[in-house]
Design a protein around this ligand. Structure first.
Ligand code: AMP
Length: 416
């Protein structure tokens, strides 16, 4: 990834964005556009459809929000019609993208609105009647509004499908198709996805016209992340987690990922029982509670968030110093997304995976996907009863976990 803090006289201005957006970008503290922004913004401003293949943390949200706002600001008299539509897979991502639209669009009087499930529909119907310019929505709830006739997509000029692969994984394909059919054919379409699997390409053929494809990075973790796998017997994972948290101290933010909702709740209870300020985030919790937990974590009222994959994609929380995979994810792509929650922008972070004997093959799949090996390190006092042949050569070099690869004091901006 390009050095995000490198100064440049051209920076965003060289991309052709209007003055109000340049000011908003500068107010956000961005000096240099990221590679995906450099590649995607000019063709998007020229009116072309754009496919962006980018891993998380690359600045892809601004890569589609800025050109959308640039275009919508051309016709302020249309204020109040849904002219920008952004479809995202999860509620959390919807909230985050809506915040970005609000931030970048504030001086252009562009009104964003959020529509997602798990919240009372009545208030959304009322807000939709008032009108907005950019709608950020999850597919299921938006389809519900379309079926009730409470939203009109016939004025959409720019459509974004964000995390298209994830929307397909979550079974939203037919919902997405029905929604896109209700938008004008001559719209501009942007599609962002971490992978360009055949299923995604079939959406591209259906929904886009002569798209320009821009590509950033490989299907791998970002370079600011230090990764390690700790082989451990499953029952000892709780003790090892507590040990690791203690050794890291209390000034960082940690996300602990589990495979199941019940495990997330259980790990959270375990940590709280030890006096750790933690909360859980998973699909069994009411949306309002999920939003509250996330906000408390963002505000640093709690130090640990124990979450299922609900929080794996797209979430952008500055200051997450560690990601712990309490369980190894079944889908290797989820690993890349989970560890991408740390080392956002140009910061650094640690990603730690607790691997029990039945998860050895899952770790191998992850390494195959990323095309690199993740070092194994046995933690003293938590030696596993099984042999991990793939990692055998690392065990001799095992550094005590109390002296992690990078000390907390050294954490911060990536050295260059
Ligand atoms: P995203 O990939 O959209 O989730 O963005 C990842 C992180 O990079 C977010 O914290 C953004 O605020 C940040 N970011 C986006 N564009 C830039 C930029 N040009 N310079 C520095 N940071 C950026």
């Amino acid at each position: 990834m390009t050095d995000l803090t490198e100064t440049s006289t051209e920076g965003f201005a060289g991309l052709g964005l209007r003055q109000e957006l340049l000011e908003a970008v500068s107010a956000s503290g961005y000096v240099t556009p990221t590679p995906i922004q450099i590649q995607a913004i000019p063709p998007a401003l020229a009116g072309q459809d754009v496919i962006g293949c980018a891993q998380t943390g690359t600045g892809k949200t601004a890569a589609f929000v800025l050109p959308m706002l640039h275009h919508l600001a051309d016709s302020p008299e249309r204020h109040g019609d849904v002219r920008g539509l952004i479809l995202v897979p999860t509620r959390e991502l919807a909230q985050q993208v809506e915040r970005a639209v609000g931030t970048y669009g504030s001086s252009l009087s562009i009104e964003p609105m959020l529509v997602y499930g798990g919240m009372p529909i009545g208030a959304q119907i009322r807000d939709l009647k008032w009108g907005c310019d950019v709608l950020v929505a999850t597919p299921g709830r938006l389809l519900d509004h379309l079926q009730r006739g409470t939203v009109d997509l016939s004025h959409v000029e720019v459509l974004v499908l964000d995390e298209a692969d994830r929307m397909l994984d979550m079974g939203f394909i037919e919902d997405v198709r029905s929604i896109v059919r209700r938008t004008p054919k001559d719209r501009q379409t942007f599609l962002f996805s971490a992978t360009m699997a055949n299923r995604v390409l079939s959406l591209v053929h259906e929904m886009m016209r002569d798209p320009v494809q821009v590509h950033v990075g490989f299907q791998t973790s970002a370079e600011g992340i230090t990764e390690v796998v700790h082989p451990v017997d499953y029952p000892n994972k709780y003790g090892l987690l507590a040990h690791l948290l203690e050794s890291w101290g209390t000034d960082g933010q940690v996300i602990v990922f589990t495979r199941m909702k019940s495990t997330a709740a259980y790990v959270n209870e375990f940590l709280r029982g030890r006096g750790v300020a933690s909360d859980d985030l998973h699909g069994d919790k009411a949306q309002s509670d999920r939003t509250k937990s996330l906000e408390r974590f963002r505000q640093k009222d709690i130090q640990i968030l124990v979450a299922t994959n609900v929080a794996a994609r797209g979430l952008d929380i500055v200051g997450v110093t560690h990601v712990v995979n309490f369980d190894v994810p079944d889908d290797p792509k989820d690993y890349v997304h989970r560890v991408g929650r740390t080392a956002r922008g140009d910061l650094t972070g640690d990603a730690v995976t607790l691997m029990s004997t039945h998860e050895i093959l899952l770790v191998k799949d992850i390494e195959k996907l990323m095309g690199k090996r993740v070092p194994r390190r046995v933690v003293e006092g938590f030696e596993p009863s099984f042999q991990d042949n793939a990692g055998a050569e690392d065990e001799n070099e095992a550094a005590p976990v109390d002296q992690p690869a990078r000390s907390r004091l050294g954490r911060g901006r990536r050295s260059r």
